[in-house]
Design a protein around this ligand. Structure first.
Ligand code: HPA
Length: 280
C-alpha cells in the first residue's frame, strides 16, 4: 500500500497537527527520536506538554514493549525540543508512510533538526560492543521508501537529493565534542534492513563488502522523510553486537539490550553536549 491519495494525506497531516496545536505546545527547534540508548533523556527533558500517541488522530501506535508512545515537548539544555518516545519499524508491519508521518508532523510544528539513535550490529571489525558510531551515510536495503506514491510538492521535491543526508556540521560537532569529552565515537555507513530476522553470515559478508559499517532495522524511513523535508539530520548508532561472518555468533535480544544499556550514559551525554553547543 505505497499508494495513497495526496489530498487524503494533506488532510491527515492537518488534522493531526491541529490536534497537537490544541495542547499549545512550545515551538520545537529540534526533534529527537528516542531510539535505543536515548530513552533516559525523557526524564531530563523539562516537559511542558506530553501527548500520548493514541490521543492523536492518524498517529501510529507502538507495538514493541518498552517503546512507550508519547510526544514530549519541553526544554533540554535550554533548547526547545520535541521528543518522540516510541518509534515504528517496518518489521512491526507499519507502512513506510506511517513511519514517515510523525516526522512530517514534527516538521510542520517547526522542528528543523532531527536527532536520532538506533541499535545496530557492527560490521566493521574494529568496532566493539557498546561503542557509538555517528552515521556518515546510509544504504537503504529495506526494499521500501517512505516517499513512494504521489509527491506532496509543498513538503519537498519528487526526487530528493541524497548527496549529504547526514549534516556535515552536526557530524563534526558530535565528533569534536566526543573527542573533548573522552567518548569513543566512530564514523561510518549504516545499512538499513527490514528485519525482523537477523542477517545470515553470507548476508553479513555482503553488507560489509558493499561498504557498510553497521546494520540495523530502523532509522532509514525517518531519515529519508526528514531529508525530503529539508531537515538537518544527526544519527548515532549504538553498536550492540559485532557481526563477523567468519566467526559468526548469535546476538540475542538480551545481549543487544544489555550492551545498549552500557552505552546509554555516553550517548545521552553526547546528545546533551551537541544540544548545548548547537548554534542556530
Ligand atoms: N542486525 C540487525 N539489526 C540489529 C543488529 C544486528 O546485528 N543488532 C542490533 N540491531
Amino acid at each position: 500500500m505505497g499508494c495513497f491519495d495526496a489530498d487524503d494525506m494533506r488532510q491527515k497531516l492537518r488534522e493531526t497537527r491541529d490536534s497537537i496545536l490544541a495542547y499549545k505546545p512550545p515551538i520545537p527547534e529540534i526533534a529527537i527520536i528516542m531510539g535505543t540508548g536515548l530513552g533516559g533523556l525523557a526524564e531530563e527533558i523539562k516537559a511542558e506538554v506530553v501527548i500520548p500517541y493514541d490521543k492523536l488522530p492518524n498517529f501510529p501506535v507502538s507495538t514493541v514493549p518498552g517503546h512507550h508512545g508519547k510526544l514530549l515537548f519541553g526544554t533540554l539544555e535550554d533548547k526547545v525540543v520535541v521528543a518522540l518516545q516510541g518509534r515504528f519499524h517496518i518489521y512491526e508491519g507499519y507502512e513506510p508512510w506511517e513511519i514517515a508521518f510523525p516526522i512530517r508532523i514534527i516538521h510542520s510544528l517547526g522542528a528543523k533538526i532531527l536527532i536520532t539513535s538506533n541499535a545496530a550490529g557492527g560490521l566493521n571489525p574494529i568496532y566493539r560492543p557498546s561503542e557509538l558510531m555517528v552515521i556518515n551515510d546510509h544504504i537503504n536495503l529495506t526494499g521500501f521508501n517512505p516517499l513512494r506514491g504521489p509527491n506532496l510538492e509543498e513538503l519537498g521535491p519528487r526526487f530528493p537529493d541524497m548527496t549529504e543526508p547526514y549534516d556535515r556540521e552536526l557530524i563534526e560537532l558530535a565528533e569534536s565534542l566526543a573527542l573533548q569529552n573522552g567518548i569513543r565515537l566512530h564514523r561510518g555507513v549504516f545499512v538499513g534492513v527490514a528485519g525482523p530476522s537477523m542477517e545470515t553470515a553470507a548476508e553479513t559478508r555482503f553488507l560489509r563488502l558493499i561498504g557498510a559499517d553497521a546494520v540495523g532495522m530502523s532509522t532509514i524511513m525517518e531519515v529519508i522523510t526528514a531529508v525530503h523535508l529539508g531537515m538537518r539530520v544527526l544519527g548515532i548508532s549504538v553498536i550492540t553486537n559485532v557481526n563477523l561472518p567468519d566467526n559468526y555468533k548469535p546476538a540475542p535480544l538480551e545481549l543487544v539490550i544489555a550492551n545498549a544499556e552500557k552505552a546509554a550514559p555516553d550517548l545521552q551525554r553526547l546528545i546533551k553536549l551537541v544540544l548545548r553547543n548547537l548554534q542556530e
